[in-house]
Write a protein that binds this ligand. Structure first.
Ligand SMILES: [Zn+2]
Length: 145
């Protein structure tokens, strides 16, 4: 009887060991598989990125107008009105004053000094340009109204 019990215990142990080993093997296989899938996914991703970059480069080279359109231009002012050269100069002065409020600049048309009121910079006499207001508020792009 005792021998029989030991046999059964040994058989159980062997079985348990076998199961443990198989579990480990399965885990290793699963990991291998995942890594393979990941590698494949990455491979396709890199190919796609390369194709996109190549297409963009081609577009820039072939079509200068596309690259010009995609290059951001600095907006000099807000407002829908047409402005003349002198008014543009006045707006440019407001830009300069936004950089340094201590500058003593004069409006090129009215000849008066700019009005600085806290965060706001005004053309001293926008009516000489034919506008109601030319100003920048709180460091924002100058506005023509
Ligand atoms: Zn002005």
């Amino acid at each position: 009887m005792g021998d029989n019990l030991e046999d059964i215990e040994q058989a159980e142990n062997r079985l348990a060991n076998k199961i443990r080993k198989e579990k480990i093997e399965i885990a290793i296989l699963e990991k291998d598989n995942q890594e393979k899938q990941l590698r494949t996914l990455k491979f396709y991703l890199y190919i796609q990125i390369a194709i996109i970059i190549a297409a963009l480069l081609l577009m820039y080279k072939r079509y200068p107008e596309v690259s010009a359109a995609l290059t951001p231009q600095r907006i000099l002012r807000y407002g829908t009105y047409e402005t003349d050269a002198k008014t543009d100069e006045c707006i440019s002065n407001i830009w300069k004053l936004m950089g340094n409020k201590k500058l003593k600049l004069h409006c090129p048309v009215s000849g008066k000094e700019y009005i600085i009121d806290g965060d706001e910079i005004y053309c001293p006499d926008a009516s000489v340009h034919g506008f109601k207001k030319i100003y920048s508020s709180k460091g924002q792009i100058p506005r023509v109204e």
